[in-house]
Write a protein that binds this ligand. Structure first.
Ligand SMILES: C[S@@+](CC[C@H](N)C(=O)[O-])C[C@H]1O[C@@H](n2cnc3c(N)ncnc32)[C@H](O)[C@@H]1O
Length: 196
């Protein structure tokens, strides 16, 4: 099975990914991933919307599985014999904000209790890193900001919503005035004062 990264939003597909898709016979992915690639699929290519990701290892060998963003950033890359990279939400966000990826650290807040995710991101901030936080819808930014205040951390809190889409929005806040988030698809970046 090949896992193809489709980028974090429309227009973020690499030429290598496009070439693989042009030759695909069966493509599996979420609705969001399929929507990003439909125009590149050949006539007659079977598309299957995936809701259950637990049995992907049972798919035929020549299947193409789509992974949003980059497959190796909390994606489906671990399932592929071959992985085609895509532009991740982290790359997109750091480019938009002109922040150095050399200072970045990924904090995956998916399926984790939020308290330990908060601890991890703030420990990284104190070490001089710039955490990029993969969130779940409903992630509590107010609680994060409260913990930052308790620790006396002076940082920018940046919410990146729908990166790559027409309704992309990047909002800036801090511990006293957390950024407001309206969509379900968002990630966070925390930058300590003076750290760039
Ligand atoms: C399971 S992770 C997958 C990340 C993906 N593999 C990537 O490379 O971007 C899903 C999380 O990534 C972040 N994310 C993915 N796409 C995004 C986008 N277009 N805008 C903002 N955040 C995004 C969100 O925090 C989302 O909950």
């Amino acid at each position: 099975m090949i896992v193809v990264g489709v980028g974090c939003g429309p227009g973020m597909l690499t030429m290598d990914a496009m070439d693989r898709l042009k030759k695909a016979k069966s493509v599996y992915g979420s609705d969001r991933a399929l929507d990003m690639v439909r125009q590149y699929l050949p006539a007659g290519c079977r598309t299957v919307t995936l809701k259950d990701f637990s049995r992907l290892n049972e798919l035929p060998e020549d299947s193409v599985v789509l992974s949003t963003g980059d497959p190796m950033l909390a994606g489906l890359g671990h399932l592929g014999e071959e992985v085609v990279p895509g532009i991740s939400s982290m790359q997109c966000a750091f480019s938009r904000l002109r922040l150095p990826l050399t200072k970045a650290v990924v904090v995956d807040a998916h399926g984790k209790d939020e308290e330990s995710a908060r601890r991890e991101m703030l420990d990284e901030v104190e070490r001089g890193r710039i955490p990029f936080v993969l969130t779940e819808p409903g992630f509590d930014i107010i609680a994060l900001c409260r913990t930052m205040q308790e620790k006396g951390l002076i940082c920018k809190v940046i919410a990146c919503e729908n990166l790559g889409y027409a309704d992309e929005m990047i909002s800036f806040g801090d511990a006293e005035q957390p950024p407001a988030v309206i969509s379900k698809l968002f990630s966070l970046i925390i930058v300590k004062e003076g750290c760039r």
